[in-house]
Design a protein around this ligand. Structure first.
Ligand code: BG6
Length: 532
């Protein structure tokens, strides 16, 4: 992860430039799945933003590989149409786009045929000679069933072989396995052809700016870390709520479900950023050691501490939604969960006794990803003779998306003769300090691979530790199908059992909402109270 410091709001515009001024080294990026959705929606737009920002070396080139028969011109033309339609604000910089497309080449190839890799080797050798570099980054933007076979073929063709001054790296997309055994098997398979430092396992949540900011918030400020433990924190809530359903991905989702799709990967990345011990540096292994240790400290999850849900028909943001079981390619009696809520315990000195509540789901009322850290309440003694039953807790809320920023809620005296306590908040919104960056979230990730910084990528042991933490629950749910599905309406806040999970310990989920009022007063959290 690249780091830079700033001296206050006046330096904000420089801090917004997340990538340092230097170019990536000369290299060829080979994209397997060049015609796929990921390439169109995220990889190519990210490359365009890097090109536009002047981050790519002049000797940069792209080879797109896929099974469709098309020419380089046709490939680039379809990408141009997509870029023009999808960029916000509309329109692309013609010079930057032409700079990039002039460096792009399409190659037809079957991912399982050795000839593809022989052909690729020749093409790469030509490009390498022209650009005077043999550095190559292979991006597996394919279905996960190709991860093992493509890496094996790359290895057999000698394409993973590094030499003096010429690195070879591979980006592996999600999902990395679908349980502990399959993740271990995939690691073992690819580690026969690659060393660990050649593998970049992506979790795209780490490409989100406010997620990267968590370590800076914790470790570059004097005020948070001393309170970041069980002496001061009552509990933590991590929410990743989506308004979308399965969007035509019924076949994939039926064998995946919300737990596999979101928890040991995206939600655990947020958990790790909040819960890990301070690393001794921003060095990739120093950071990844601490994340792995955190996952290893997760207490086995009991099914009593987990709630699964599946949406029934309803309406989300005014759009009517059919129940999950009527989505295409979904079984009529499906037991696949589209919602999950968990209570996690972390068995270490910092967090013992502090519950971490995680929830994620489809067809919820708002699209919002946020982390709320609720501090212990102030002692009550001063208010003993008042009608006040409890003092509202201070909450630090980190808003990951869409309204990026953070706020701290606290209690103040309302001006006036009587002592009246009101809840207010200090708020930081990215949009108030920083120019919005044209970014799709993959820019930093691709940039970091090109410069060889693996901090934001998952190591084999980290991925396995995360799967190990949910393994028991996956097994318990697979053995016992759900008998109450569907159990929440599309557009509702999830199953009632998720509320009970917190209520049994006297706690409540914070409301899910996408927008926060600028002065971020949370009457739902801090109710006005009045002394006698
Ligand atoms: C993906 C999941 O990894 O992340 C999807 O497979 C989910 O089901 C998506 O919708 C959420 O990512 P984001 O960045 O839109 O919050």
């Amino acid at each position: 992860m690249s780091t830079a410091t700033t001296n206050g709001p006046e330096a904000a515009s420089t801090a917004a430039k997340i990538l340092p001024g230097r170019h990536t080294p000369p290299a060829t990026l080979i994209i397997f799945g060049a015609g796929g959705d990921l390439t169109k929606r995220l990889v190519v737009p990210a490359l365009y933003h890097l090109a536009h920002g002047g981050k790519l070396a002049d000797e940069f080139a792209v080879i797109g590989v896929d099974h469709n028969d098309q020419t380089t011109e046709q490939w680039c033309r379809s990408l141009t149409g997509m870029m023009q339609a999808s960029t916000q604000p509309p329109g692309i910089d013609a010079d930057a786009w032409s700079w990039l497309t002039h460096r792009m080449h399409y190659m037809r190839g079957d991912f399982t045929e050795p000839e593809t890799f022989g052909h690729l080797k020749k093409l790469l050798a030509e490009r390498s000679e022209r650009n005077n570099t043999a550095n190559a980054l292979f991006y597996l933007a394919t279905s996960d069933r190709f991860f093992g076979p493509v890496i094996e073929q790359l290895g057999r063709a000698g394409l993973t072989q590094q030499s003096e001054g010429a690195w070879r790296r591979v980006i592996v997309e999600k999902p990395f396995g679908h349980d502990l055994a399959s993740a271990q098997a995939l690691n073992a398979r690819i580690l026969k052809f690659l060393s660990e430092d050649q593998i970049y396992r992506i979790d795209h949540f780490l490409g989100k700016e406010p997620v990267q900011n968590i370590l800076v918030l914790r470790f570059a400020n004097g005020i948070f870390e001393p309170m970041w433990n069980r002496d001061y924190i009552d509990h933590v809530q991590i929410t990743a709520a989506e308004t979308v359903g399965v969007e035509g991905r019924g076949r994939f989702y039926e064998t995946t479900g919300a737990l596999r799709d979101m928890v040991p990967n995206h939600l655990f990345q947020l958990l790790a950023m909040i819960g890990m011990e301070p690393p001794i540096s921003f060095d990739a292994d120093a950071v990844r050691d601490k994340k792995t240790e955190l996952f290893q400290a997760i207490h086995p999850i009991s099914p009593e501490d987990a709630v699964r849900g599946q949406y029934g028909g309803g309406a989300v943001l005014g759009r009517s939604v059919v129940d999950y079981r009527h989505e295409p390619n979904v079984a009529q009696d499906s037991s696949t969960e589209t919602y999950v809520a968990l209570k996690l315990g972390i068995d270490n000195w910092r967090w013992a006794g502090v519950p971490f509540y995680l929830r994620t789901g489809k067809c919820l009322p708002a699209r919002t990803t946020e982390i709320a850290i609720e501090f212990r309440c102030a002692p009550y003694v001063l208010f003993r003779d008042t009608p006040v039953e409890r003092l509202p807790a201070n909450i630090l809320t980190l808003r990951i998306q869409p309204d990026e920023g953070l706020s701290v809620s606290f209690n103040v005296k309302r001006p006036g003769a009587e002592i009246e306590i009101d809840g207010v908040a200090m708020d930081f919104a990215y949009r108030d300090y920083f120019e919005p960056l044209a970014a799709v979230g993959y820019e930093t990730l691709i940039y970091d691979c090109l410069i060889g910084d693996a901090t934001l990528f998952q190591r084999a042991d980290t991925v396995e530790a995360a799967w190990r933490a949910v393994e028991g629950l996956l097994g318990a749910w697979a053995r016992n199908g759900a008998n109450d599905f569907p159990n929440y309406v599309a557009g509702g806040a999830g199953p009632d059992a998720a509320d009970r999970l917190l209520a049994r310990e006297g706690r409540k989920w914070l409301p899910m909402r996408a927008e926060h009022p600028h002065r971020a007063v949370r009457p739902d959290v801090v109710t006005p109270i009045r002394s006698r």
